[in-house]
Write a protein that binds this ligand. Sequence first.
Ligand SMILES: CC(C)(COP(=O)(O)OP(=O)(O)OC[C@H]1O[C@@H](n2cnc3c(N)ncnc32)[C@H](O)[C@@H]1OP(=O)(O)O)[C@@H](O)C(=O)NCCC(=O)NCCS
Length: 178
Amino acid sequence: MTADGAGGIDVRRLDATEVRQRLDGLAAVLADCVAGGASVSYMAPFSDTDARAAFEGFVQEAEQGRRLLLAAFDGGELVGTVQVILALPPNQPHRGDVAKLLVHRAARRRGVAELLMDHAEAEARAEGRTLLVLDTVTGDDAERLYARLGWTRVGVIPNYALYPDGRPCDTTVFWKAV
Ligand SMILES: CC(C)(COP(=O)(O)OP(=O)(O)OC[C@H]1O[C@@H](n2cnc3c(N)ncnc32)[C@H](O)[C@@H]1OP(=O)(O)O)[C@@H](O)C(=O)NCCC(=O)NCCS
């Protein structure tokens, strides 16, 4: 386990065995973020069962090496997560897509997301991925975070997605060489 010190938060990549053991904790963080109104693919109402089903798919891909799955722990409790999608076309072997950066509302504004992103970049680099891409809701908290962490803003796509309550939102695309 990596001890980061910042607020006692530990961040690590979950291996193929642990991703399945941590399925409930991962699903709980996703359900909390959607309940809080985050636009992260899903619409309301979004139950704990829905969240578990969503993460079941991610866990399968992590087990197959198609995506990296990282988690942040406060004591024994899983409070945040992020993924790096590695399964990309054959002509992009150097690239990864960052997805599903999620921090439980009770653990926010303590630097958990920053730690998750630092570790995601390091793990991606360890897999030979030197270019990372992501998109995020324009104007939400995560956009400031990525800009602060040195990501380059490509531009805005209007009306790209919906919030869980159905309101439309723009997305901002970022990239970073790591
Ligand atoms: C976006 C998100 C991941 C940020 O998580 P977080 O752990 O709160 O992020 P951080 O703590 O690293 O940074 C958030 C803020 O807290 C501040 N902060 C960090 N450590 C702090 C501390 N110890 N004391 C006070 N403030 C602190 C940061 O400076 C930042 O400030 P800002 O919002 O004014 O820029 C979280 O809000 C979330 O899960 N949102 C819903 C899902 C989502 O939208 N995900 C993005 C998908 S692309």
